[in-house]
Ligand binder design. Structure first.
Ligand code: SF4
Length: 567
């Protein structure tokens, strides 16, 4: 029932295939890992002809499970040199699954300078369309022009000019369900550059005339399990914080525990914490009719998203998240929501990762290129990237490249990718995730922010990181992580959900095994790409420089780190 669209960027052809039955029980990140390991040379140039960009829906896409329509984007990362999966909300996965499309795979390398986009029409037919007139546009203008041409109900996956220039911090942006703007980002690992290398500017998915039916193995069993899962999700206290405020609420916890990165992961306390608290966020949200409790995709029941307006009610940005707030805010000594929201908008428009950008700006501040806390100067650095000045081109290669060129000793990266917004000295399990995940320093690969755990202590963190990485990998194959946290703690519900949808015997262990298998495939790819045990290390300063908040360092030995993901 599911189909794959394969685009050969060299031959300028688009062919359609049926999904190989061997892939039937794979989706999202797991399916990407399976294909990358089978079909892509791990030693290839990420921006060369051998690499593929795989855009893939999740295992339960097309079903009525809430939040099952995340979109995974994968390939070999130009930033890390390893396998990468960046996943994103928005409307695209729903639109693809309505057409019965599991994956779009971009292959090869064009021999000319011409740009194209992929169009999936209302009747399900697909074509490559000449797109030179759209080259040079950033995402907001591009999405506007594509809507003028094809109607307001399209979903778009696109790159801005950062992706066109093959910046290693570049993203793919996806239409947000609530705002309709390209504010949802497959942000990490520079996959926008891979799309840019193939000169595919966008994928335009028109709303299907008829919804492709999902081939449930046992619809009654599925519906019963889904109903129970919905109720459990609504009752879960973790869901409530996300529902009431969104991820921005995290600052209240991270700010007082030393997890919040401040002044380029200096380990200090943020003296303007009140200005970025959950309460300050909710106050700022009211300005100009801003809103929270919005869903980035249809059918979301948690709705952690938001829209931020200016005082006149003009839209600034949407999907304004903790990671962006923390890394472009306190990590740069900036405590001004307006400035951070404008940075978020610029990043989404240009098509760069807000996390990589926040860390890059902070290493520039550390080097004295601009003053700490100077938001206008920070925005000036993003504008340099947009204008393509010599320094801007350097910054577009990411935090590690910028930090090394500027002679900064404190560069918070693992496997070439900047850290997310948790200091690993005070959230040690996540430090282990940063070190060992095949994804590089990625919080969604295994965020260990569990209640009742002393996060500045080493106790049990190896097991916690391993389990959370496996659980998070399942989420990346199936649904939004915020929904999966409930499913992952419901062993009496989740196996029935899978059995009802896919058929066969499902146990909780088998579900969990999806994550472990995915990570093992990714590690095999990275090993073949040249990664070794020494790649699984945090930068030296986390081992030597104590957190001023707790006195803690990241104090795991190589032998202890080697125990993580030892399934
Ligand atoms: S919980 Fe948040 S990120 Fe997840 S699908 Fe809903 S709005 Fe999107």
């Amino acid at each position: 029932m599911f189909r794959i669209l394969k685009v050969d960027a060299g031959a300028k052809t688009l062919v359609e295939e049926e999904l190989n039955s061997a892939y039937r029980e794979y989706g999202g990140r797991g399916l990407i890992a399976k294909i990358m390991l089978a079909e892509v040379n791990p030693a290839c140039d990420p921006l060369g002809a051998e690499n593929k960009l795989i855009i893939c829906t999740g295992l339960l896409a097309g079903t009525s499970v809430p939040m099952a329509h995340r979109l995974s984007v994968g390939g070999k990362s130009p930033l890390t040199g390893g396998i990468k999966e960046a996943n994103v909300g928005g409307t695209a996965a729903t639109a693809l699954s309505r057409h019965g499309i599991k994956m779009i795979v971009l292959e090869g390398l064009p021999k000319s300078e011409e740009w194209h986009f992929v169009r999936v029409a209302r009747d399900g037919s697909a074509e490559l369309v000449a797109a030179d007139e759209y080259a040079g546009l950033n995402n907001y203008q591009l999405h506007g022009k594509l809507k003028e041409r094809y109607g307001d109900d399209i979903s778009v996956i696109s790159i801005g000019t950062a992706g066109e220039r093959q910046y290693k911090n570049s993203t793919l942006q996806v239409t947000d369900a609530s705002s309709g703007h390209p504010s949802r980002a497959a942000a990490r690992g520079g996959l926008g550059a891979v799309m840019g290398s193939k000169k595919i500017k966008a994928i335009v998915i028109e709303k299907s005339e008829a919804r492709q039916a999902f081939p449930y193995a046992d619809k009654d069993l599925f519906e019963k399990a889904k109903k129970a899962l919905v109720q459990r999700t609504l009752d879960n206290p973790l869901s409530h914080g996300l529902m009431e405020v969104g991820t921005a609420a995290t600052t209240n916890v991270s700010g007082v525990t030393g997890m919040l990165p401040v002044r380029n992961f200096s380990g200090t306390f943020f003296d303007k914490l009140d200005s970025v608290s959950a309460e300050a966020f909710m106050q700022r949200l009211q300005v100009g009719g801003g809103r929270n409790k919005e869903g980035c995709q249809a059918g979301c029941i948690i709705k952690c998203s938001n829209t931020i307006n200016d005082a006149e009610g003009n839209y600034i940005t949407s999907g304004f998240e903790y990671e962006t707030i923390a890394l472009c805010g306190p990590n740069c000594d900036i405590g001004d929501f307006d400035a951070i929201a404008r940075i978020d908008r610029l990043c989404d428009d240009f098509g760069i990762d807000t996390m990589e950008t926040g860390c890059t700006i902070a290493v520039c501040m550390e080097a004295g290129k601009i003053p700490w806390g100077d938001s206008e100067a920070a925005i000036g650095l993003i504008r340099e990237m947009m204008e393509g000045t010599e320094f801007g081109m350097l910054l577009g290669q990411g935090t590690e490249a910028a930090g090394k060129a500027l002679g900064v000793s404190r560069i918070p990266t693992v496997k070439g990718q900047s850290m997310a917004a948790y200091d690993p000295r005070n959230l040690k399990g996540t430090g282990l995730t940063y070190a060992t995940s095949p994804m590089g320093a990625d919080h969604t690969a295994g965020l260990t922010l569990l209640p009742g755990v002393d996060h500045a202590s080493k106790t049990a963190q190896v097991a916690i990181s391993s389990q959370l990485q496996a659980i998070s990998a399942v989420a990346d194959c199936v649904m939004c992580l915020f929904g999966w946290f409930t499913a992952a703690t419901a062993p009496e519900i989740t196996p029935d959900l899978f059995a009802g949808a896919l058929g066969g015997e499902w146990t909780f262990l088998r579900v969990y095994g999806i994550g472990a298998e995915t990570i093992m495939m990714e590690k095999a790819f990275n090993t073949a790409a040249g990664f070794t045990a020494d790649s699984d290390r945090l930068p030296g300063f986390f081992y030597t420089d104590r957190s001023a908040v707790t006195g803690s360092t990241f104090d795991f030995s190589p032998e202890e780190i080697a125990q993580v993901l030892n399934f």
